[in-house]
Design a protein around this ligand. Structure first.
Ligand code: HAM
Length: 432
């Protein structure tokens, strides 16, 4: 029987990983250009960390965590998200005392969700977190930074949804109003919502049940219950977004599935990927550092779901730059392989970043040329016994009608370097 991968956990094969690598590289470049620095974190944390930060009464903590006891009997969890770990690391390493931090981190996250297109049990996030910043300037900058990513990559079909959850006190007042409202229509609620009514009524607003949409739409709206400071924060954020030319929709029902948020919350959503439309989501979590044992520290951040980001990039016609070989070395006949190994290394030394593929495993001239063709390399270097004895090599352009030429083995690097520069310039001109 063939071995199977775990449901909801995917292999990223070479044809896809080129796109992943390209997009991750662009994300990194952009966040670096805003002054964010990388932090690398463990995949395992104490279960308690996620219970306290994400919240006991959330889908993630109640039913989606990969939790187990280690050999010492300690309860550990494979991180379902990264914000809690970033805050934990900030406290553990004393990064937050009288300091501000702009951090990014990326990697796999784990949630035992029902797998479907765009929703997996192992998925990947690219996170940015700004700690020690009260905003709203930083809230705006984080959103502007994400918008830059879409522009840079030619991604459209995204819209920004925005809401403010106010302070915890304002939320408490709103919660009480919601409980009163939903209790009045309790006989129309489904099982899930009745359960949430007692424990986490705001999450009823998130329900996807079509039969509840009328009741939800008529429910009181958080924005009407905000405290004065949160109103001001939100207005300033909106003004900054307007100035930056970033369009958004106010979505009073955007409550997010994690409990640590206050004030600003947002999601970039698309209609291009089916039901799993949230590509990049985040918000402010001013109370979390203190809750986890640090000094009061305001904070805000977002996370991009890489699987959805890749899918959207492709749906918008995006393609990663070609990562095939530049040159394929064909070596046929006595003594040619030994020289070809040296030639390949010589080229890699001489031309930074060149991708040289040496024919491995021998084969006839015809079969080696076929491999050269399949490699999609721009040039084949052909080394036969005659070339070897003359100290020369054949240079065959694979994608143009140009004739094969013969060049001295000592000149290969300089000739090839010029040709590759020219090919790159031509490709650049074609793109414009
Ligand atoms: P989240 O909304 O739970 O927020 O996840 C962020 C993003 O991760 C989502 O918008 C989605 O693109 C992706 N995602 C979530 N679950 C899955 C899944 N099962 N399969 C595929 N993609 C998924 C957070 O995790 C917060 N920590 C974000 C944040 C950072 N807030 C402040 N800072």
């Amino acid at each position: 029987m063939k071995p199977k991968a775990i449901r909801g956990m995917n292999d990223i094969l070479p044809e896809k990983s080129a796109t992943w690598r390209y997009l991750e590289q662009v994300l990194q470049e952009i966040v670096h250009s805003y002054g964010y620095e990388e932090i690398r974190l463990p995949i395992l944390e104490h279960t308690e960390l996620f219970r306290r930060s994400i919240g006991e009464v959330t889908d993630i903590v109640e039913k989606e965590m990969y939790t187990f006891e280690d050999r010492n009997g300690e309860s550990l969890t494979m991180r379902p998200e990264a914000t809690a770990s970033v805050v934990r690391a900030g406290i553990t390493n004393g990064l937050l005392h009288n300091q501000r931090q702009k951090l990014w981190t990326s990697g796999p996250m784990f949630r035992y969700e029902k797998p479907q297109k765009g929703r997996y049990r192992q998925f990947h996030q690219f996170n940015v977190e700004a700690l020690g910043y009260a905003g709203p300037d930083v809230d705006a900058e984080l959103i502007i930074m994400s918008a830059r990513m879409w522009r840079r990559l030619g991604i459209s079909r995204l819209s920004l949804e925005l809401n403010s959850l106010g302070t915890p006190e304002a939320r408490k007042r709103y919660r009480a109003t919601l409980v009163e409202y939903f209790s009045g229509v309790k006989n129309q609620l489904d099982q899930d919502s009745i359960r949430r009514l007692e424990r986490n009524p705001l999450r009823i607003l998130d329900s996807k049940n079509p039969e509840l949409q009328g009741i939800i739409e008529a429910a009181p709206v958080m924005l009407d219950y905000l405290d004065a400071e949160s109103v001001e924060h939100f207005e300033e954020l909106r003004e900054l977004l307007d100035i930056a030319g970033i369009a958004y929709t106010l979505n009073p029902r955007l409550v997010r599935g994690l409990d640590y948020y206050n004030r600003t919350v947002f999601e970039w959503v698309t209609d291009a990927l089916g039901s799993q439309g949230a590509v990049c989501s985040g918000g402010r979590y001013d109370g979390l550092v203190e809750k986890l044992g640090g000094r009061p520290t305001p904070a805000v951040g977002w996370a991009m779901g890489i699987e959805r980001f890749v899918a959207l990039f492709e749906a918008c016609g995006g393609k990663a730059p070609d990562t095939g070989a530049d040159v394929y070395i064909v070596a046929v006949g006595e003594g040619t392989l030994q020289r070809a190994v040296g030639l390949a290394e010589q080229l890699r030394d001489a031309i930074a970043g060149i991708r040289v593929e040496l024919n491995l495993g021998g084969g006839s001239f015809k079969s080696q040329m076929k491999r050269a063709d399949n490699s999609n390399a721009g040039f084949a270097l052909i080394l036969g016994e005659r070339e070897l004895s003359e100290g020369r090599v054949g240079l065959k352009p694979m994608h143009t009608r140009e004739e094969q030429t013969s060049i001295g083995l000592d000149d290969v690097a300089s000739v090839l370097s010029r040709k590759l520069d020219k090919a790159a310039a031509d490709a650049g001109a074609e793109d414009e």
